[in-house]
Structure formats: structure tokens, C-alpha cells
Design a protein around this ligand. Structure first.
Ligand SMILES: [Zn+2]
Length: 333
């Protein structure tokens, strides 16, 4: 994993290469941006560039350090994420203080291969407050030649004191055409790749979830269910909430993001629909007043969907959040 293999994030990569070239890379960085746009890959490429002794600041792709990075076994890189949290507790939904303590103690040990250590905390928005406070200590007294990278889809969930100590790097959504290309490269059919890329809003993760295992059909079905919400019974609404909250094995996280994105999209479409209104019958005036009311209602729904999306990033209990969102959508008139 070198900078050359990162697609669609030229600006972020240039910034990092520039900082490395001038010896001005911060000790702690936040990579912020939507899911599935290459934040974690770029963090790994940065670690490669730091470790590589053949082409320092770049990564040669051939030396022992680069090889170990490629196989995921570099002894001077430490990764903490939700997957690791779940190795200890299968139902974990947050990154724990124990994980941050472990990262801290590992970073304080002497490097094995050279003189540098890199710590990567992925899904940092899921850190508990205790874990964030522990992290703050590491940021205040960075041990030796270490670089700490926090990857986050929602950096607002991090303490201000953490954010102020890190260099910020923003990752933009990927171009639709690039997402399509990457899906085709991964072996998806051209038509499927095209449709999935169109709905993915620049996220490769989301595009993959859409393209794989009938994701497009699933999304269409979900939209139909949402359209029927105002007429659904209470048990039907709660059933749908349970279905949306249920983690689906390995893909649980991607599926959750897809569900949330689909609901947000659907709410946004209602705004456009309300704004367009229906054509008035021949000989009658359009009722602007009613139309404005419809737009306001639709905007309120988007607002709620956004608010609950932010809540999902922080709240462990996604089932409860889904209940509330769907009940809201059912009765928001
Ligand atoms: Zn190398």
C-alpha cells in the first residue's frame, strides 16, 4: 500500500507528501471524510512512506518494511478499530479505553524495524469519552518518534481538545466515474457497477454494498417500505426498525451505513418532490401556500434524518434510534 495506489484523493496525498518532504508531518493527524473514500488506505500508505528505508517519504513497494505493510504484519504499526473491539467483546459498538491504553503502551515501546512507530485508530468517532480522555494524554505527551492517525467519518464526535491537537486532512467523496471504474476492476458487471456508482454518493464501501448480494434490489425494497410507512401499523414499523438495526455479520457496518444513506436519500427526494409540487389542473391557480407547507414538512424530515444519523455515530443503541426515526417518519405531517 503506497501513495501511488490511492485513487481519487490527490489533494490529501499531495498534502501528506509535501509535509513528509519538508519534514513537517504532524505527530497526530485526523483523516476526516465520508465512509469508503480511502481514508484508511491513505493512512496505511502514510505508514508505508514513514517506514520505507529505500524511498523514505514515498514507499518503494519492494523492501522488507513495504512488504510487511502489504501483508498487514508490520510490527511497528498498531491498529485499533471496531473489529479489534469485537475480538474482545463480540457485541462491542464502541472503541474502548482498554484499546487506547494498549495502543499507548505499544507506541511507547522501542521500534522493531527502524526508528518510527505508527498508531492508527480507525472509526475514531466510536471512541468512548473515557477512551478519548486516555487518547488525549497520548497526544499531550507523544512518545518518541511516533505518528498517530485518527480516521473518522464524523470528527465532530471527537473532543475539541483532541481536534485542536491534530492536523486535519479532509477527504472528499470520490468521483462517480472513479467509483464505477473501481467496481469494474473488482470484477462487478459494467451495468451493475454503473447503477451502484450512481447511488453511492462517492463512497466505494457504499457502492460495493449496493453492487453485492442484491444490494440494489434491497435498497429499492427499503424505499418502497419507507413510502408505505404512513399507512403501516405500529408493529410493522417496529419490525422494520428491527430489520434495519440488525447487524448482518461481517458486512454489518457497511449495511448499516447503506440503510442510513438510503433513508436520508429518500427523505431528500421527498423535499424535491414537494418543491416540484404537482401540476395544477387546467384553469386553476397553483396553491403556493400548500406547496410551501409540503416543502417545510419534507425539510423537517431531512433534518430529523440528519440528526438521527449524527446520533448513530455516537449512540451505541442503534435499534432505539431506528425506532425513533421510523416512528417520526410515519407521523411527520
Ligand atoms: Zn520500501
Amino acid at each position: 500500500m503506497t501513495f501511488d495506489s490511492i485513487r481519487g484523493q490527490d489533494r490529501a496525498v499531495q498534502t501528506l507528501r509535501g509535509a513528509l518532504g519538508r519534514g513537517r508531518l504532524a505527530h497526530a493527524l485526523i483523516f476526516a471524510g465520508p465512509p469508503g473514500v480511502g481514508k484508511r488506505s491513505t493512512a496505511l500508505a502514510l505508514a508505508t512512506a514513514l517506514f520505507c528505508k529505500n524511498e523514505p517519504g514515498l514507499g518503494c513497494g519492494a523492501c522488507e518494511d513495504c512488504h510487511l505493510m502489504e501483508t498487514g504484519g508490520h510490527p511497528d504499526l498498531f491498529v485499533e478499530d471496531l473489529a479489534r473491539a469485537r475480538e474482545e467483546k463480540a457485541t462491542a459498538t464502541r472503541l474502548s479505553i482498554a484499546q487506547i491504553r494498549r495502543a499507548r503502551s505499544q507506541l511507547s515501546m522501542r521500534p522493531v524495524m527502524g526508528d518510527k512507530k505508527v498508531g492508527l485508530v480507525d472509526q475514531a468517532e466510536l471512541l468512548t469519552t473515557d477512551a478519548q480522555n486516555a487518547l488525549l494524554k497520548t497526544l499531550e505527551e507523544p512518545p518518541g518518534q511516533t505518528t498517530l492517525i485518527l480516521v473518522a467519518t464524523n470528527p465532530d464526535a471527537l473532543l475539541t481538545t483532541i481536534r485542536s491537537r491534530c492536523q486535519y486532512l479532509l477527504f472528499a467523496p470520490l468521483e462517480r466515474e472513479l467509483v464505477r471504474e473501481l467496481l469494474v476492476d473488482e470484477g462487478f458487471e459494467a451495468d451493475l457497477a454503473e447503477s451502484a456508482a450512481a447511488l453511492a454518493e462517492g463512497s466505494l464501501d457504499r457502492a460495493r454494498a449496493l453492487a453485492a448480494d442484491g444490494g440494489l434490489e434491497y435498497t429499492a425494497e427499503l424505499r418502497t417500505k419507507l413510502a408505505r410507512l404512513p399507512k403501516a401499523t405500529l408493529p410493522q414499523v417496529l419490525d422494520l426498525a428491527a430489520e434495519l438495526a440488525a447487524p448482518r455479520g461481517e458486512k454489518g457496518h457497511a449495511q448499516q451505513q447503506l440503510n442510513r444513506a438510503t433513508v436520508l436519500d429518500w427523505c431528500r427526494d421527498r423535499v424535491l418532490e414537494a418543491a416540484a409540487g404537482t401540476e395544477p389542473a387546467v384553469g386553476t391557480e397553483p396553491d403556493d401556500h400548500d406547496r410551501l407547507d409540503d416543502v417545510r414538512r419534507a425539510l423537517r424530515r431531512v433534518d430529523r434524518a440528519y440528526a438521527i444519523n449524527r446520533e448513530f455515530e455516537r449512540n451505541a443503541n442503534s435499534h432505539l434510534a431506528w425506532d425513533r426515526l421510523l416512528l417520526d417518519l410515519r407521523q411527520s405531517r
